[in-house]
Design a protein around this ligand. Sequence first.
Ligand SMILES: NC(=O)c1ccc[n+]([C@@H]2O[C@H](COP(=O)([O-])OP(=O)(O)OC[C@H]3O[C@@H](n4cnc5c(N)ncnc54)[C@H](OP(=O)(O)O)[C@@H]3O)[C@@H](O)[C@H]2O)c1
Length: 309
Amino acid sequence: MKILLTGASGLVGSAFAQSATRRGHQVTGLVGTFTGDIPGLVAKRTIDLTNETAVTGTVLEIFPDAIVNCAAVAEPGQCEADPARAQALNVALPALLARLANHLSARLIHLSSEQVFEGTSHVPYTVKSPVKPINLYARQKVESERLVQTAAPDFAITLRAPLLTGNSLTGKRSLHERLFADWSAGKTPKVYTDEIRQPCTASNLAEIMVELLERNDVRGVFHWAGADTLSRYEIARRIREHFKLSETAAPLEQITRAADPRAASKRPATLALDLKPLAGVVKTPIETFDAQLEQFIIPPAYRAWYFSS
Ligand SMILES: NC(=O)c1ccc[n+]([C@@H]2O[C@H](COP(=O)([O-])OP(=O)(O)OC[C@H]3O[C@@H](n4cnc5c(N)ncnc54)[C@H](OP(=O)(O)O)[C@@H]3O)[C@@H](O)[C@H]2O)c1
């Protein structure tokens, strides 16, 4: 399959390029500012994805069988800091890609987030649970889901993803990489003991994306996540333990949502996803957190600190 991939330099995009190539697909990747190599691409192009004319021209020129949208402003804080840029990338871009996919009869995978839910339920959210976004990023994801599925109802899959782990191209993007950045700079990361997440690796998410693309009978909104629900503190503590770092070298400050109710009002507390109807019918395994830990590498930029600590 000829696949056009946006956000090819990002955490998920770079993982997708490798998974899709392993399955024999040809992936052309679009990047914004990244200048390094991206394993798995047959071609890489630099483009400003907020430029609708450039995006349209590129899609029509490549004429892909499938479009995979991994570009976004993927951090809630960055959305609040620059709402116009976030709206262009998180809403206008997926809507445009969906119109183009529909025009070309191309499959489309768009990524949304578990954060479309409020986070107050203690039972996992199903694909039919009502959405209730509580921050700008989540509101943009909800809007993008609606626009994508309306513009390309026969071709689009929207996949809601959880907190993602793994190894990024920059070595500075994912959760364990950020912990290493803080620890190596002598900082003590603050981690919530009462925020629950269901992490999976970007590469596992990429595997299910490729599997779904290869099936012609799947469209609509779906959930994917890991097998375990853990507090953010537990996630960080297990990363520290996995890398055999001491509490002195790699301190963690446990915090609770009650300590800052204003911040908490924009952060969903408990996000667990019900993986039906995909669970049990797809080949991609649902990963335990232990299986994820085994895949994490020491980020190259922090190796010297790691081996001296
Ligand atoms: N990371 C998570 O924990 C998580 C959780 C749930 C859902 N998701 C969703 O999964 C998707 C992928 O997230 P991610 O974490 O992989 O994102 P990421 O690592 O932050 O990567 C974002 C990508 O978007 C590209 N991009 C941003 N602005 C651009 C522009 N103006 N023109 C061209 N490219 C631009 C970046 O390219 P350059 O770097 O080359 O500029 C980069 O490749 C997003 O939809 C996100 O909301 C992520």
